[in-house]
Ligand binder design. Structure first.
Ligand SMILES: C[S@@+](CC[C@H](N)C(=O)[O-])C[C@H]1O[C@@H](n2cnc3c(N)ncnc32)[C@H](O)[C@@H]1O
Length: 248
């Protein structure tokens, strides 16, 4: 494996590397999400499939499979996952990259999250784990055939969310697909529209942005899209947005 840009881990524990500390931990993570991702106890506590499924009201498998189905059974070429995820999503994605003879790059700004992911992947997984901030990816344009962002955007303040989407569209090739799964505003009849709102507002202060506006609002104007498609899940509390870059 070539180490072409900073903060690189390999999936294989035997050959693991960590090159450079190129990304600072964003303020919103240490302030609002230390309990979920930054603290070593957080990883130990949350890295349980049943628990992440519970947090998503039993929708983890459904949302994971909806995202994977959008990308395909076999993933040749280069796939990007922006930010680590608790649970088995990345293992499935990695298996599909392997089946297609492709590779998967997973980016995260927290070394502890990358180390946790490394433990979940088989030693021969075709995966690179890269320490970078999603708001400023240290890589050239048009690198990836497809990309996945699973429940990252609701954690970011608006400016960072916009920068993340701009970087994402920059590094995906023209014609490439970007799949985003995240929160959205539940329908008026959904009890969680009223019960979940105060909790989200308290625990995840930027999440309600995604209740108020469509994700398209933060997509970069400078990179034309061929298509943007949205699908709702669980009475609208979750959404999958699939954006295809124009140009091929
Ligand atoms: C994808 S989100 C939430 C996923 C979901 N709640 C789950 O089940 O894990 C969490 C990850 O995003 C990462 N993250 C947050 N902001 C980031 C940024 N600016 N750049 C890269 N990774 C980031 C965190 O370090 C964490 O590993």
């Amino acid at each position: 494996m070539s180490l072409t840009y900073g903060g690189v881990y390999q999936a294989s524990p035997a050959a693991s590397h960590h090159v450079g500390e190129c990304a600072e931990v964003p303020h919103y993570l240490t302030t609002h999400y230390w309990w979920a991702y930054v603290h070593p106890g957080a990883v130990k506590f949350f890295e349980r499939q049943w628990l992440v499924n519970l947090i998503l009201w039993g929708n983890y498998p459904r949302l994971r499979d909806a995202a994977l189905a959008e990308l395909g059974q076999r993933l040749p070429g280069r796939t990007l996952q922006l930010a680590c995820v608790y649970g088995d999503l990345t293992s499935h994605l990695s298996a599909r990259a392997s089946a297609g003879g492709g590779t998967l790059d997973v980016i995260d700004v927290l070394p502890i999250q990358l180390q946790n992911l490394r433990r979940k992947l088989p030693a021969d997984a075709p995966v690179r784990l890269l320490r970078m901030d999603s708001t400023g990816l240290d890589m050239p344009d048009a690198q990836y055939d497809r990309a996945l962002v699973f429940f990252l955007l609701h954690e970011q303040p608006g400016h960072e969310r916009q920068r993340t989407l701009s970087e994402l569209m920059r590094v995906v090739k023209p014609g490439g697909t970007v799949v985003i799964v995240d929160y959205a505003m539940p329908r008026w009849w959904h009890p969680l529209r009223y019960l979940w709102r105060p909790l989200l507002a308290r625990l995840e202060p930027f999440a309600l942005d995604l209740w108020r506006r469509e994700i398209a609002h933060w997509l970069p104007a400078g990179r034309p899209l061929r298509r943007v498609r949205k699908q709702s899940f669980f009475g609208g509390l979750y959404q999958k947005v699939v954006a295809t870059r124009a140009g091929r």
